[in-house]
Design a protein around this ligand. Structure first.
Ligand SMILES: NC(=O)C1=CN([C@@H]2O[C@H](COP(=O)(O)OP(=O)(O)OC[C@H]3O[C@@H](n4cnc5c(N)ncnc54)[C@H](OP(=O)(O)O)[C@@H]3O)[C@@H](O)[C@H]2O)C=CC1
Ligand SMILES: CC(=O)C(=O)O
Ligand SMILES: [Mg+2]
Length: 578
């Protein structure tokens, strides 16, 4: 038999014993797959796979007989088994890999697990474990998730977007990996963050998984360790900057709009501040963009403050705020607090900003430093003598609220917390930096050093703390409370732009969900176990604001926006196949 006969019609091809390879290595082939999933392909399709939950009839109808062992398990039983297995892993990264493997194998079961066990699994798929996963991303991933758009794709970004199998995208979370949590530049390995954030969009906010697209833009990395790592998965070059960077981002933003229309939400995540503010400012005029680190964080912290006013005396404007860290999170939060105060008191923003002080790596931001400050710090350069350390700033400013957003761990020392406690009956202390290793202090430190008087919340979760016979529940001040519901509100109203008033509406909606029972435990955030209900309420308020501002395009406005939000939410329950 000559080669041509063996090739089954593929000229010059081969036929191996299994009939798999129809072409020799030097020939071109077309990758193809069947479009209706059945049999083995169905079991390998994470969107439709149900594992042992396929019913007898489905096993017959979809050529699954023999491909599965005889037992038929319910989704609940599968969930029980998986949670049992997960709890056997003592190393957080192993849990992360196990849940990610589930996401790649059986999407609905993954989301059911995440929704039903949100408080237990949030630290696995999100901070702190996702930070470690990004650091080790190159070595732990077998199958890449999301789209990687590097400088190599310049001029072809639209084609790259078209390679993504889903066409009806509603939310994109995009990073360039330069400021991953408080871990710095992780280059292309930052992909874990958009993937994690989008899994929360689905689990906490109810967006369909197929409508979510994680993207990492790879313009190189300045992380020497990664550049020297032979297994590094990204571009092996220093970061592109200036015009080269701006042009790639411009092409990306245009291609997104061209491919998905103008109502796709683009969430910027973990960009370094020298790009983040500029990108937000530039594209908020032409696209539906949201910067989670600047805006989402601001909204979640403001919500915590509004709620905390039930535990401490006074109105927002009666308080004095001091930040450690004057970057995206710090100045973003400061600006939203000032805006809320201004709306409440009718005082101009320039006045309300004076209640807020920020410390950066060079000390307190004061007017004598104004000339040399980055533009986003300038509004916070108040009249004061220069102060170098946080402790001295705390003693001089005497804040009622201390917020950590520097990305540097252990900076709220015993002296700092004691100083806060010396002039506040109930000092409000928020250690926002992520992951846990970068937290400004631990929950235990905050409660112990303040002799049980601090109202404390942190970016990454801490376990309950027992102090002086009383159990304290630390809350989690994390933008994960906001962005899923916020995004749902934008999408369901067909919003075309994000407006600051929507952030304020989201804060108030979140604060309104804190119950007396939560307050009694010292919490200023509701538990994550209610997050879908919380997200529906946030979405409703955000959508209502979009309608009020004339920014909504989904008309007419649904009558009951909370019910409508709930009806839009993805359910992870298995469907029955005909
Ligand atoms: N809980 C949450 O929901 C969120 C938490 N975060 C966390 O906040 C942290 C900061 O993020 P982001 O604002 O985007 O980062 P940025 O890089 O934009 O800002 C960091 C700021 O901290 C300052 N800083 C750095 N080191 C010190 C130091 N030793 N002493 C005083 N100030 C210092 C920097 O000063 P300088 O300007 O002088 O360099 C800068 O002003 C990260 O850990 C991130 O994970 C962020 C978003 C949401
Ligand atoms: C939570 C978050 O967005 C961050 O730490 O960057
Ligand atoms: Mg972030």
């Amino acid at each position: 038999m000559d080669l041509k006969e063996m090739s089954n019609g593929v000229a010059g091809g081969v036929q191996d014993a299994y009939g798999e390879d129809r072409a020799t290595e030097d020939q071109y082939v077309t990758p193809w797959t069947v479009s209706v999933s059945s049999g083995y392909t169905l079991l390998r399709d994470p969107r439709h796979n149900k594992g042992l939950a396929f019913a007898e009839k489905e096993r017959d109808a979809h050529y699954l007989r023999g491909l599965l062992p005889p037992a038929v398990l319910t989704q609940e039983l599968q969930e029980k088994k998986l949670m049992h297995n997960l709890r056997q892993y003592k190393v957080p990264l192993q849990r992360y890999m196990a849940v990610m493997e589930l996401q790649e194998r059986n999407e609905r079961l993954f989301y059911k697990l995440l929704i039903d066990n949100v408080e237990e699994l949030l630290p696995v798929v999100y901070t702190p474990t996702v930070g470690e996963a990004c650091q080790k991303y190159g070595s732990i991933f077998r199958r890449p998730q999301g789209l990687f758009i590097s400088l190599k794709e310049k001029g072809k970004i639209l084609e790259v977007l078209r390679n993504w199998p889903e066409k009806s995208i509603q939310v994109i979370v995009v990073t360039d990996g330069e400021r991953i949590l408080g871990l710095g530049d992780l280059g292309c390995q930052g992909m874990g963050i958009p993937v994690g954030k989008l899994s929360l969009y689905t689990a906490l906010g109810g967006l369909r998984p197929s409508a979510c697209l994680p993207i990492t833009i790879d313009v190189g990395t300045n992380n020497e360790q990664l550049l020297n790592d032979e297994f590094y998965i990204g571009l092996r070059q220093k970061r592109a900057t200036g015009q080269e960077y701006a042009e790639l981002l411009e092409e990306f933003m245009s291609a997104v709009k061209q491919n998905y229309g103008e109502k796709v939400l683009i969430q910027f995540e973990d960009f370094a501040n020298h790009n983040a503010f500029e990108l937000l400012e530039k594209y908020s005029k032409t696209h539906l963009v949201f910067n989670d680190d600047i805006q989402g964080t601001a909204s979640v912290v403001l919500a915590g403050l509004i709620a905390a006013l039930k535990l401490v005396d006074g109105k927002l404007a009666d308080h004095t705020f001091l930040f450690l860290g004057a970057g995206e999170a710090g100045t973003g939060i400061a600006e939203l607090i000032a805006l809320q105060m201004s709306k409440q008191t009718q005082a101009p923003l320039e006045e309300t900003r004076k209640k807020i002080w920020l410390v950066d790596s060079k000390g307190l931001i004061v007017s004598s430093r104004k000339e040399s400050l980055q533009h986003f710090k300038k509004p916070w350069a108040h009249e004061h003598e220069p102060i170098k350390t946080l402790l001295d700033a705390v003693k001089a400013i005497k804040p009622t609220v201390l917020i950590g957003s520097s990305g540097v761990g252990k900076t709220f020392t015993k002296e700092v917390v004691e100083a806060m406690t010396s002039f506040n009956e109930k000092p409000l202390i928020l250690a926002l930096s992520n992951p846990t290793s970068q937290s400004e202090c631990t929950a235990e430190e905050a409660y112990t050093w303040s002799e049980g008087r601090a109202i404390f919340a942190s970016g990454s979760p801490f376990d309950p703390v027992e102090y002086d016979g009383k159990v304290f529940l630390p809350g989690q001040a994390n933008n994960a409370y906001i962005f899923p519901g916020f995004g749902l509100g934008l999408i369901m109203s067909g919003a075309i732009r994000v407006h600051d008033d929507m952030l304020l509406a989201a804060s108030e909606a979140l604060a309104a969900q804190v119950t007396q029972e939560n307050f009694d435990k010292g919490l200023i955030y509701p538990p994550f176990s209610n997050i879908r209900k919380i997200s529906a309420n946030i979405a409703a308020k955000v959508a209502a604001k979009a309608y009020e501002l004339g920014l909504a395009s989904h008309l007419p406005q649904p009558q009951n926006l909370v019910k409508y939000a709930e009806s839009c939410m993805y359910s992870p329950l298995y469907r029955t196949y005909r």
